[in-house]
Design a protein around this ligand. Structure first.
Ligand code: GDP
Ligand code: ZN
Length: 355
């Protein structure tokens, strides 16, 4: 059962100390008001978190959808108890407030981030750049999905535009109505791997999931079960298995992601801009009117798109603002993590380019 949700030998290994304590492994499928839905070896459980985990959550955050956890099975009729969260491979993090402690994981252990935009109306390259930055920062591989191709006069033009900012991430035009492009998309949704949907409301995320899932979705998305207080409720599962065996994590928190402290992702997305800036004569060039500024030269010569440059500056300013709000220790921790993430993002990019 849990193999189908992505359980691996590496996870089994990480789990051994918990197994010795009589706990079972499970993966979180939904989180709702102090109760967690967990898919475990013998089926779905409703769980609460242990006192210790609740205490730790004040600094480390709560278990998130997609997390692998160590669960104590229910004794009689009560809820199961989550005792620990296994280390995450990847994580989408939302900044709840000013400090690192207020970071909240929105989705964990995601392999592929489907960055969804619609080809008809709201197609916005700047927003796509943000999504790309967020995806690279999470550790997941981005795939740009341009929906409603049936409504676009020239879907290929949209694809090319997106490709100009996507830096090797695949860009696909799809239609949930005609089914166009769905086979191409399916190639990126491998069995037991987890994909997540990012994108504004109305771009067609639900339609996409339904088109990929066919009839099967309705029967798997709803689970009836007892909540943390033993009441029976119908929960909408947020981690869904497609008939192909691929997993889709579709949680409201992921749907609209604002700017995250995505410095690493930002650099990966704006690789070309940062490379340009390194050619400026002065190391601390502000790219305004310094002599020998490679950025201004590229803007004037048309080698760097002005919109792209503005977008980069805006994101930079937001990052700088966020940084100022954090204390020094927090910043240090952040940097360390960013460096690690940056390396991962670059490895991703390289792997993509080498395809
Ligand atoms: P979500 O908010 O991102 O989940 O978007 P929905 O899946 O609810 O879709 C929003 C609207 O767009 C609905 O009216 C859908 O019928 C429509 N829609 C979604 N995908 C397509 C598509 O591929 N082609 C067309 N023509 N309409 C679509
Ligand atoms: Zn410069």
């Amino acid at each position: 059962m849990i193999r189908e949700y992505g359980w691996s030998d590496a996870l089994q290994h990480a789990f051994s100390t918990y197994a010795a304590r009589g706990f079972q492994p499970g993966r979180i499928t939904v989180q709702q008001r102090g109760a967690w839905g967990v898919v475990a070896e013998r089926g779905e459980l409703v769980a609460r978190i242990s006192g210790r985990l609740a205490h730790e959550a004040m600094s480390a955050g709560y278990p998130a959808v997609g997390d692998w956890v160590a669960v104590e099975p229910p004794a009689t009729d009560g809820p199961a108890v989550i005792h620990a969260v296994l280390p995450r491979r990847t994580a989408f993090v939302r900044k709840a407030a000013q400090t690192v402690a207020d970071e909240q994981v929105v989705a964990a252990n995601v392999d592929v981030a489907l960055l969804v935009a619609s080809l008809n109306a709201d197609f916005n390259l700047r927003r796509l750049e943000r999504y790309l930055a967020v995806a690279w920062q999470s550790g997941a591989s981005p795939v740009v999905v341009l929906t409603k191709s049936d409504l676009a006069a020239d879907p290929q033009a949209g694809v090319e535009e997106a490709e100009s900012v996507a830096f090797g991430a695949p860009v696909l035009a799809v239609s949930a109505v005609t089914g166009e492009g769905l086979d191409d998309l399916a190639e990126y949704l491998r069995p037991r791997e987890t994909a997540v949907l990012v994108g504004s409301s109305g771009v067609g995320k639900s339609s996409l999931v339904n088109a990929l899932a066919g009839e099967a979705l309705m029967s798997t998305a709803e689970i009836r079960e007892a909540d943390a207080h033993g009441r029976h409720t119908t929960t909408h599962r947020e981690l869904i298995r497609l008939p192909s065996g691929a997993l889709i994590l579709d949680t409201p928190g992921m749907r609209e992601l604002g700017l995250i402290d995505a410095e690493a992702g930002l650099s990966a997305t704006f690789d070309d801009v940062e490379a340009l800036a390194q050619n400026c004569r002065f190391v601390d060039c502000a790219h305004t009117n310094e002599p020998g500024c490679a950025v201004r030269a590229a803007l004037e010569a048309g080698g760097l798109d002005a919109g792209r440059w503005r977008s980069y500056q805006k994101l930079r300013r937001e990052l700088a603002f966020q940084e100022r709000k954090e204390d020094r220790q927090a910043r240090f921790e952040h940097r360390r993590r960013w460096i690690a993430v940056h390396k991962a993002a670059r490895a991703h990019m390289k792997a993509k380019r080498d395809w």
